[in-house]
Design a protein around this ligand. Structure first.
Ligand SMILES: CC(C)(COP(=O)(O)OP(=O)(O)OC[C@H]1O[C@@H](n2cnc3c(N)ncnc32)[C@H](O)[C@@H]1OP(=O)(O)O)[C@@H](O)C(=O)NCCC(=O)NCCS
Length: 175
């Protein structure tokens, strides 16, 4: 495996359809081995394409890309609840490629999503995090998310019940 680029040479940009195989390559491992996603199957290419198209300008999907073009992480702001009055509340996702953890990529991806959410005029970002996912809980706390509650035993994966911790980051109103 080539050496990772220094972090300042990793850039974050909006994802395109060409990034979808890399997005799912990163995601598949977590689907199969981790409680960080409650999905138990990887989306088909058609489902993933529909997911990207459904995101649209108010709900960006981003990728972190190394100098050589390798996608080493991705993030998204998604609709948190489809009812109209929730339109300015979004939910974040951040996934870093196996082997690239603890380099600051998750922090960069989430900070970038927060900045985009502010510019887009969103009011709050909600995170729904499996109760056993210490890295994700710590990442969100580091980025200013506050605990907003705990839903007990709402997920079932790998033969056990899982809590979901709700976290929330309020965003400043745009000037
Ligand atoms: C959570 C995740 C995105 C963190 O990405 P990362 O690039 O490894 O994290 P960073 O190097 O940017 O770390 C940023 C902060 O997050 C926290 N953190 C990250 N990994 C951690 C770990 N294993 N244990 C404790 N804290 C951790 C720390 O506060 C860290 O700050 P520090 O380095 O100053 O201590 C990554 O572990 C991942 O992809 N996990 C699987 C997917 C997931 O859980 N996504 C979030 C839910 S949508």
């Amino acid at each position: 495996m080539p050496l990772p680029s220094p972090l300042d040479e990793v850039h974050i940009r909006l994802a395109t359809e060409a990034d979808l195989p890399a997005i799912d390559e990163i995601y598949a491992l977590y689907v199969e081995r981790s409680t960080c996603t409650f999905a138990t199957t990887v989306p088909t290419p058609a489902e993933r394409r529909a997911w990207l198209l459904a995101h649209g300008p108010a709900h960006p999907v981003t990728v972190a890309v190394e100098r050589d073009g390798t996608v080493v992480g991705w993030g998204s702001l998604s609709t948190w609840n489809p009812r109209e009055a929730y339109a300015r509340s979004v939910e974040d996702s951040v996934y870093v490629r196996e082997g690239h953890h603890r380099r600051g990529l998750g922090r960069r991806l989430l900070a970038d999503l927060v900045s985009r959410a502010i510019v887009l005029g969103h009011r709050t970002i909600v995170a729904q995090i499996a109760g056993d996912q210490a890295p994700s809980l710590a990442l969100h706390r580091a980025l200013g998310f506050e605990d907003a509650g705990r839903l007990r035993d709402v997920g079932y994966k790998f033969d056990r019940w899982l809590d979901v911790v709700l976290m929330q980051r309020a965003l400043p109103h745009p000037a």
